[in-house]
Write a protein that binds this ligand. Structure first.
Ligand code: SAM
Length: 210
């Protein structure tokens, strides 16, 4: 239940030092992996973008604890590395503006989000009309939203809602393919790896915040 969430009143109140012990004044999180699960993709981001700070946001306490331990172990094993990734247990559908100021984020990732198949559950989908404006608020203009799913119906839902929203435009296939992150979206995360193992389909869409 929500009362068990400890969340900051405003982004200025977040103790980023507790998450990134070596972060300097003036440095801030630019990438957010929403519903990061077991953190495989977050670790990839840490390696690919040593100069960027990435945060994984995960609602399940056991899963976020696992990712926190995973990052601590990586930091111990590789002195000086993985200081740029961290995981927060939070409800990303409710508290993003408590953590990020307007225009702070360069990239947001929604990888293999829960499909919530039934129509009456669609409001729980992490990409929905109401939340898109909130995501646009924390994204800087020109920032990118990456979405990947193995559920075609959810992919169509995402594309419809994002395209209808005035603040997003979808990247063309060529531009999406040229992004160095694109190949990592297929199997860096645990859920993506499972889809690859099961030879399932992947549906990718990337959007730019206008
Ligand atoms: N992105 C990961 C991957 O590709 O392996 C995990 C995919 S998993 C199907 C979806 C994840 O989103 C779950 O770990 C779930 O707990 C998390 N999640 C669902 N709703 C959330 C919310 N409101 N805030 C944060 N995380 C959420």
């Amino acid at each position: 239940a929500d009362h068990s969430f400890n969340y900051p009143a405003r982004p200025e109140d977040v103790d980023w030092r507790a998450l990134y012990p070596r972060i300097s004044l003036g440095q801030e999180v630019q990438f957010a992996d929403i519903g990061c699960g077991y953190g495989g993709f977050l670790v990839t981001l840490g390696e690919m973008f040593p100069e960027k700070f990435s945060i994984g946001m995960e609602i399940r306490v056991k899963v976020s604890d696992y990712v926190i331990d995973r990052i601590s172990a990586l930091r111990l094993r590789h002195e000086g590395a993985f200081q740029n990734i961290a995981c927060l247990r939070t409800n990303a559908m409710k508290y993003l503006p408590n953590y990020f100021r307007k225009g702070q984020l360069e990239k947001m990732f929604f990888l293999y989000p829960d499909p919530h198949f039934k129509r009456c559950k669609h409001k729980w989908r992490i990409i929905n009309q109401a939340l898109l404006s909130e995501y646009a608020y924390v994204l800087r203009s020109g920032g990118l939203v990456y979405t990947m799913t193995d559920v075609e119906d959810l992919h169509k839902w995402i594309v419809t809602h994002m395209t209808e929203h005035p603040l997003y435009e979808r990247l063309g296939d060529d531009e999406a393919a040229q992004d160095p992150i694109t190949p990592k979206l297929y199997q860096s995360s645990e859920e993506g790896a499972k889809v690859v193992r099961n030879k399932g389909e992947h549906f990718l869409a990337i959007f730019r915040r206008i």
